[in-house]
Design a protein around this ligand. Structure first.
Ligand SMILES: C[S@@+](CC[C@H](N)C(=O)[O-])C[C@H]1O[C@@H](n2cnc3c(N)ncnc32)[C@H](O)[C@@H]1O
Length: 334
């Protein structure tokens, strides 16, 4: 089984770099290291892997002479690239130069067909954000990640390429013949990666956004996992009851108010117990206390004992705010 990791090279402890190089294929570029590893060959717990935005090399150089140097200092060279669509942030200081920047980006990254600009934060139940198209026409694309393909429309569904490492981390933990529930499944990346990389008995994937659900069905088909993944359209609060007592593992990738769904997650687990992956937002001063408190409270109500197996800082979300994950082992229901 082979997984790909994108990590910041500087984040690897010096001693560990040598170890990795002897065990795995490692390629470096100027800002990050990519490694493909036979996972059984190294201990994942030894270092922390944090995904980051893609860095576009040569953009500043391309803009020299087109934008005054004083303004170039405001340019952000880190973007999300999803398939052939780039999503960029334009600071106020560069508002009048947004088209020049977008065109320069498409020039230095010729595979990019559409350049969009973020117009705000993600909002609403579907976790969508408004985008302004600066170059190209189409926000529909196909993104490839670790042997899986995801078709999606960035204007209509949630998708983040920065969560690739987290998806792999979760998929890695799934044992053969497990029944897995992915709540808040989006276009299907967690469910599809689990089904493709492991041998679960079944993966149920619940999503409320009809557009995301439509793409999830298509992605299940193109990734050839229709025999494993069952897409479910609906609100977790309404449809989870069909899966009560059936699951060995529940993934809850909704950090914003996902705690409200913890009672449903506990009920979906088999009587003998199982694992929950719970996501939450937290300030870096205290990353896990609130999440742990919420889980303990829900577990008590559900009549389950719990043990926290892992605490993980997943991604930066805002200034000093992170998306975090708790891997929780829930015991037998009383
Ligand atoms: C943060 S996104 C994660 C999507 C996907 N898991 C991924 O990693 O790309 C959360 C998703 O949950 C969906 N969602 C929000 N509330 C929901 C609910 N009550 N029931 C089912 N899906 C919900 C949203 O439409 C959105 O697609």
């Amino acid at each position: 089984m082979e997984f790909c990791y994108k990590i910041s090279y500087s984040k690897l402890a010096k001693g560990f770099r040598g170890k990795l190089q002897s065990n795995v294929a490692l390629q470096r570029d100027r800002c990050s290291a990519y490694l493909a590893a036979k996972l059984q060959d190294f201990n994942r717990q030894s270092f922390s892997v944090i995904d980051s935005e893609a860095k576009v090399m040569g953009l500043k150089e391309e803009l020299e002479g087109k934008i005054p140097e004083s303004k170039l200092a405001f340019l952000r060279t880190g973007f999300d690239i999803i398939g052939d669509v780039a999503v960029i942030e334009i600071p106020e200081e560069l508002e009048s130069k947004k088209l020049i920047i977008a065109k320069a980006l498409a020039k230095v990254q010729p595979h990019i067909k559409t350049v969009c600009r973020k117009l705000g934060e993600r909002e609403g139940t579907f976790r969508l954000r408004e985008l302004e198209i600066l170059v190209g026409k189409d926000t529909r694309t196909e993104h490839r990640e670790c042997g899986c393909a995801y078709r999606l429309d960035l204007a209509r569904v949630y998708f983040s390429p920065r969560e690739a490492t987290e998806r792999q981390r979760i998929a890695l933990q799934v044992r053969p013949k497990e029944t897995v529930m992915v709540m808040f499944a989006g276009v299907g990346p967690y469910a599809i990666m689990i089904a493709k990389k492991q041998k679960p008995a079944r993966v149920y994937a619940i999503e409320i956004n009809p557009d995301a659900f439509k793409y999830m069905k298509e992605n299940i088909r193109i990734n050839k996992v229709s025999d494993k993944v069952e897409p479910v359209l609906g609100d977790v609060k309404k449809v989870a009851r069909n899966f009560y007592g059936k699951c060995d593992r529940v993934v809850m990738p909704l950090p914003k108010e996902g705690y409200k769904f913890l009672p449903y997650a506990f009920r979906c687990l088999k009587t003998k117990g199982g694992i929950i992956h719970f996501y939450h937002y937290a300030h870096e001063d205290d990353l896990y206390s609130e999440a742990e408190g919420l889980v303990k409270k829900a577990a008590k109500k559900a009549g389950r004992s719990i043990k926290i197996l892992a605490r993980r800082k997943v991604l930066p979300y805002g200034p000093r705010v992170f998306k975090v994950c708790l891997d929780i082992k829930a015991g037998k229901s009383k």
